[in-house]
Design a protein around this ligand. Structure first.
Ligand code: NAD
Ligand code: UDP
Length: 418
């Protein structure tokens, strides 16, 4: 829970920082105005994109930064020259995902649960991307109460921290807020068709509540907020056992196991490759001055789950057979984003075709399979497992290095900031 008494000193400190930040922003505006005055110039996923100068460098906090999307975002920000504080409790993420970033000298890895108030000792940050939340149905349903709290108390804590640091906020929302949609494709104006008491509700309704909280915080506290409604995204660093359709099918195909299609396989999803999505995130965050969103980000090309199974079997050249299993309760029948807003406001549209993205993803899982014991990957349908071993290993490593960060259950696991 939030304890207001712990923060008065911070408030004073952050008022000063806000003033300094306003002055810094003004100085930056004087230098260049790439997108209506905001100087985070990350606008394209192209590797030719310029790094920011030391003056333009932002300090960016990424919650859930050790997860699938978060680790790609951290990598992208570090490549562009920013400082990154990655805050994660390793619920579904892995420290392995961001280990390579620690050599940059601009990356901190902090173990923290966003349901708890943010540690006071956090360095100042200009932007916060809130990605912390389990995303696969298997994981978010394993502890539905925890999921609902992450989407409510956790988001509240992120917003409080943003307010105190005077930071711009990005919040990762989801196509799940449309539920089982009656409008197709889904536009941002559609309010959704969501069961409030089903097995998916903790996530769907949690994310809907979070959108409300972010919006009202923006109105009340004058925060600049950005929200993306993310449609199914896939790519390297998905967890092999998170139960999502792309990771399940790829691992099954590589192991020559049956491909488990739920229901008839006629339900559709629209699959976006991770690099396209991260490009959308950074465009949304850097574009213009006021609050924006929610904006749909996803690939508008729709595929049936059955077709996806066959595409993956073909690319892998697998001997796997397709088998049919019961459709989970409340599984949405159709999903396709209308991305007209993202195209118009951000000049964004996905570039990576499904077959190409799947080839990258298959190569990643193939490498992982070669490195890890097969038994680890046989858990494609196993119950949720916390990756506590990784966190413990790193905590020991941090202790060996003499790292002493500790605050209300938070630990600095890897500090490379100087
Ligand atoms: P992920 O499970 O790989 O990553 C989530 C990260 O958040 C993990 O590193 C996890 O350890 C961390 N986390 C979870 N609970 C936390 C807590 N209480 N405190 C701190 N850290 C916590 O999932 P992802 O696919 O990378 O999704 C990231 C975000 O994007 C989520 O908010 C998700 O709802 C949203 N999203 C993802 C997709 C998708 O297709 N990948 C689609 C829609 C929305
Ligand atoms: N799915 C499937 N087999 C699997 C995993 C998932 O047929 O092994 C189906 C699932 O029922 C859903 C679709 O694939 O219709 C996408 O599922 P996922 O969990 O990846 O995402 P979400 O349902 O949240 O969009």
């Amino acid at each position: 829970m939030y304890h207001g008494d712990h923060w008065p000193d911070l408030r004073r400190e952050h008022r000063t920082r806000r003033t300094q930040k306003r002055q810094r922003r003004q100085r930056q505006r004087d230098v260049t105005k790439p997108f209506g005055g905001i100087v985070d110039t990350v606008t394209s996923s192209s590797s030719t994109q310029a790094r920011v100068t030391a003056r333009e460098r932002l300090s960016v906090l990424v919650t859930g930064g050790a997860g699938f999307l978060g680790s790609h975002l951290c990598e992208h920000l570090i490549e562009r020259g920013h400082r990154v504080i990655c805050l994660d409790n390793f619920h579904t993420g892995r420290a392995e995902n961001v280990r390579s970033l620690t050599g940059s000298g601009r990356f901190d890895l902090v173990e923290h649960d966003i349901v708890e108030p943010f540690p006071k000792e956090l360095p100042h940050f200009d932007h916060i991307y809130n990605l912390a939340c389990p995303a696969s149905p298997q994981h978010y349903q394993a502890d539905p109460v925890a999921t609902a709290l992450i989407c409510s108390q956790g988001v509240y804590n992120c917003l409080r921290a943003a307010e105190q640091h005077g930071a711009r906020v990005f919040h990762a929302s989801t196509s799940e807020i449309y539920g089982d949609p009656e409008i197709h494709p889904q536009t941002e104006g559609y309010h959704g068709n969501v069961n409030t008491v089903g097995p998916r509700s903790c996530y769907d309704e949690g994310k809907r509540f979070a959108e409300t909280l972010v919006t009202d915080f923006g109105r009340r506290a004058g925060l600049v907020t950005r929200m993306a409604r993310i449609f199914n995204t896939y790519g390297p660093r998905m967890q092999p056992d998170d139960g999502r359709v792309v990771s399940n099918f790829v691992v099954q195909a590589l192991l020559g196991k049956d491909i488990t299609v739920y229901g008839s396989g006629e339900q559709t999803r629209s699959f976006c490759f991770v690099s396209d999505l991260i490009d959308g995130f950074t465009r949304l965050m850097s574009n213009g001055d006021g609050s924006l969103g929610p904006v749909n980000l996803g690939n508008p090309i729709e595929t049936t789950v059955r077709a996806l199974a066959h595409i993956i079997i073909d690319i892998v050249g697998s001997r796997s057979k397709v088998v049919y299993q019961p459709l989970p309760i409340d599984d949405p029948r159709r999903r396709r984003p209308d991305i007209a807003q993202a195209r118009a406001a951000l000049g964004w549209s996905p570039k990576v075709e499904l077959a190409e993205g799947l080839r990258h993803t298959i190569r990643y899982f193939d490498d992982e399979l070669r490195r890890a014991p097969q038994s680890q990957f046989d858990a494609a349908h196993s119950a949720y497992r916390r990756s506590g071993a990784v966190a413990e290993d790193l905590a020991l490593a941090a202790a060996d290095q003499g790292s002493s960060y500790s605050s209300r259950g938070s630990r600095l696991l890897d500090r490379s900031l100087t």
